[in-house]
Ligand binder design. Structure first.
Ligand code: C5P
Length: 227
């Protein structure tokens, strides 16, 4: 059983989401997908039709949105203004727009506050939570018992994303997916506010040559050691 927070950060397509969910299930812990929260705010911004390059407008939409991110690892749900947006936030429109929206400082401040609130509630209720994102170990939960920076070669990550897309019935090609993965990582790593990076005290886990079971086993061993 997990006590406290496990922070899982890293770029897209490392298998981090699937494994974070499994890890939480196995440990009887809650699970928080912070990427889903940035995606839901991005969907609100797209629906409002405001200019993505206008931080004041993006912030206004983010403040007005009501976002509820569930923490059940068996069925992670995202509700925006009362409606389930779990499918829509994975679509190409949101994926294309999410990095610029996530780079807005006020959007991050709003979501980090909400994430900390959800984490505190989960710790009270369940005792442990696996939190997945880009800035969990560095910003959201710097006191996490265990921080893992999950990484993999860009080609391996693109291949995984393409497979996920195919499994969910979304059309994609490997080239386009690789370009998207590289574009998003470059944007996320170089933004001024909370750029994607490993915390100084994070364990780096390279999943290039591991399957899901292998990544899960590695994480469970780390929880045993540090959790
Ligand atoms: O994890 P996922 O690919 O769903 O995240 C979508 C985007 O949300 C990332 O590319 C990044 O721009 C942003 N994000 C973030 N900080 C987090 C989680 C996600 O900036 N903690």
């Amino acid at each position: 059983e997990l006590r406290g927070v496990v922070a899982l950060d890293g770029p897209s397509g490392t298998g981090k989401s699937s494994v974070a969910r499994r890890l939480a299930s196995t440990l009887g812990a809650r699970y928080l997908d912070t990427g889903a929260m940035y995606r839901a705010i991005t969907l609100a911004v797209l629906r409002a039709g405001v200019d993505l390059a206008d931080p004041a407008e993006v912030t206004r939409v983010a403040r007005a949105a009501t976002l509820v991110q569930g923490t059940d690892p068996e069925r992670s749900t995202t509700h925006l203004d009362g409606a389930d947006v779990g499918v829509e936030i994975r679509g190409p429109e949101v994926t294309l727009a999410v990095s610029p929206v996530s780079a807005v400082a006020e959007v991050r401040a709003l979501l980090v506050a909400e994430q900390r609130r959800v984490i505190a509630t989960a710790l009270d209720d369940a005792g442990g939570i696996v939190v997945e994102g880009r800035d969990i170990g560095t910003v959201v939960a710097p006191d996490a018992a265990l921080k893992v920076y999950v990484t993999a070669d860009a080609e391996a990550r693109a291949a995984r994303r393409a497979k996920q897309d195919a499994a969910s019935g979304r059309a994609s090609t490997l080239d386009a997916t690789l370009a998207d993965v590289q574009r998003r990582d470059a944007y996320d790593s170089t933004r001024a506010v909370s750029p994607l990076r490993a915390a100084d005290d994070a364990v780096v886990l390279d999943t290039t040559s591991l399957d899901l079971a292998g990544v899960l086993a590695a994480l469970l061993a780390l929880v045993d050691e540090h959790g």
